[in-house]
Design a protein around this ligand. Structure first.
Ligand code: PEP
Ligand code: MG
Length: 537
């Protein structure tokens, strides 16, 4: 028996099952240089393989948005140019050219600071696998053929692998690579499969058929457990399932304070799919729609039309409030198609609203798209990283300008759309009373607010023990923001991680927070805590 502790939980839950080791096919290219007269043939071989992959992805894209992004990647002209130039200029065969070109694109993503963007390398590698399998005339292995309960063990799992997973048989996932924002993590969470990712060296320790117990919430894997441990984990699993069922029954119960105030429980989403997947938790709306993910997934700034389609779908899915935050890039979030100047302090640099106000045409495309989507649901606009009244006024004035244009064009939108702001800078706290007079709502971004108030980088592991939203300075700031909002009769929400922390629920409720917005997986737990605190259960 061996016990392994893992740092990162991708998806909570407990599993007791045999390992199914998902072995990768050998898709290494056959290296050989080609003759001049064979170049055209190799280019055609690539184009034919790409056509087949396009067909596969078009079918898959109807079931899962991830594959639309893959489709864009495989048809991207820079990939095509790169493959062609390797064949033409370096006399590579099609297999080598594709393999090289894919590795180069993946390396660009892997070098990015942002966790989310780093993970996009796995998308391009997934596309590469499809192309290589076509070129070699082989079929990719299929998790869908699994017909007994198992914990899947793999180096990494790609969307193509996970899309076919059947939850009747896949009881857990362990990967050696991947982070908590990787697709495998997102999909595991959505499918409610316990998952641990980035477990270094695990592939050497386990083989198909080995029995494991895993508690993904605790970050524990037990290899070849003894009988009493097996029983202990079976019991834990049962308790975990019972707990989930119990929490599910509370869905739909409104949270109302003893003095009759309704508290909203909302989700944070990165795309329309997140909203769709979260609907069963019966949230009261989307308190934070991080629009930057749409920009990060593209190979160009998304057009007004592209954005409109996404926001409209989100608005239709989420009949209650949908708070779309305008582009929040910079800091650790970069765009693969846009050159950012190197900055000594990117978190104190050119980011969020600062970029939007400077790149006005781009900002207007986004605002027009959001406004048009407001004809399809209860959409609100939220500006990130505001530090001055001038910024808020300028942003609001651009909203008005977009409204005038849309009116002139006869395009529908909600005239009374609310415009609010993230409260995540020290300046916004100090000026909260002034801001409350001009903003329609506040949403407290504790992730940034904590780092800026305490001067503690939110991503620096070395000082992670100093990063705490329970620090009295942060708590005082939160109280001050909520009081300022209420003085002007506007609502104060919170969309930073603190809102999803049950340990914070009591104090936030006491402070008078109106809306808690969090990842969908936390809603059941926070709801229960708030119902307990308000005496409803
Ligand atoms: C925050 O800062 O708390 C927040 C919600 O925004 P982000 O994490 O996207 O910076
Ligand atoms: Mg923030």
């Amino acid at each position: 028996m061996e016990k392994i502790y893992v740092e990162k939980t991708a998806s909570r839950g407990i599993a007791v099952a045999k390992i199914y080791k998902y072995e990768e096919l050998d898709l290494k290219p056959v290296q050989s240089k080609i003759l001049e007269q064979d170049k055209e043939g190799q280019i055609n071989k690539f184009l034919d393989a790409r056509e087949c992959v396009r067909g596969e992805l078009e079918k898959l894209a109807t079931t899962n948005e991830i594959f639309s992004a893959h489709l864009e990647m495989v048809m991207d002209f820079t990939l095509e140019d790169s493959v062609k130039s390797k064949i033409n200029d370096e006399a590579d065969n099609a297999e080598s050219a594709v393999s090289e070109a894919i590795s180069e694109v993946a390396a660009v993503f892997e070098m990015m600071d942002d966790e989310y963007m780093k993970e996009r390398a796995s998308d391009i590698k997934d596309v590469g696998k499809r192309l290589m399998a076509q070129l070699k005339g082989v079929s990719l292995p299929d998790i869908g053929s699994l017909n007994e309960e198992a914990v899947i063990l793999a180096k990494d799992l790609f969307p193509s692998d996970t899309v076919k997973m059947n939850t009747d048989y896949v009881k857990g996932i362990i990967t050696e690579e991947g982070g908590v924002t990787s697709h495998v993590s997102i999909i595991a969470k959505n499918m409610d499969i316990p998952a641990l990712v980035g477990v270094k060296g695990i592939l050497d320790k386990l083989n198909t058929g080995d029995i494991v117990c895993m508690d993904a919430g605790e970050g524990v894997i037990i290899i070849s457990p003894e009988e009493d441990v097996l029983n202990e984990y079976r019991q834990k699993k049962q308790e975990f399932e019972n707990e989930k069922q119990r929490l599910k029954k509370l869905r739909g119960n409104p949270v109302v304070t003893k003095d009759g105030r309704k508290i909203s429980l909302c989700i944070n989403a990165g795309n329309a799919e997140d909203i769709e997947k979260a609907l069963p938790v019966k949230m009261d709306g989307t308190g934070l729609f991080r629009s930057e993910l749409l920009y990060m997934e593209k190979t160009h700034f998304p057009t007004e039309e592209e954005q409109f389609e996404v926001y409209k779908r989100a608005a239709e899915l989420c009949p209650q409030e949908l708070t779309i935050r305008t582009l929040d890039i910079g800091g650790d979030k970069k765009l693969p198609y846009f050159e950012f100047e190197k900055e000594d302090n990117p978190f104190l640099g050119w980011r969020a609203i600062r970029i939007s106000l400077e790149m006005k045409d781009m900002f207007k495309e986004q605002l027009r798209a959001i406004l048009r989507a407001s004809a399809f649901g209860n959409v609100r606009i939220m500006f990130p990283m505001i530090i001055s009244l001038d910024e808020l006024r300028e942003a609001k004035e651009i909203v008005e300008e977009c409204k005038r244009e849309l009116r002139g064009e006869g395009k529908a939108f909600c005239e009374d759309i609310e415009t609010g702001m993230m409260m995540e800078t020290p300046a916004s706290v100090i000026l909260a009373e002034e801001f409350a007079k001009e903003a329609d709502f506040f949403s407290i971004g504790t992730n940034d607010l904590t780092q800026y108030l305490l001067a503690v980088d939110r991503g620096n592991k070395k000082i992670a023990d100093k990063y705490s939203y329970f620090h009295p300075a942060v708590l005082n700031a939160i109280k001050h923001i909520i009081d300022a909002a209420h003085k002007e009769n506007i609502k104060a929400g919170m969309c930073g991680e603190m809102a999803g922390d049950i340990k914070a629920a009591k104090i936030l409720l006491e402070y008078g927070l109106d809306e808690f917005s969090m990842s969908a997986g936390s809603v059941d737990y926070v709801r229960e805590e708030l119902l307990k605190l308000t005496g409803a259960v």
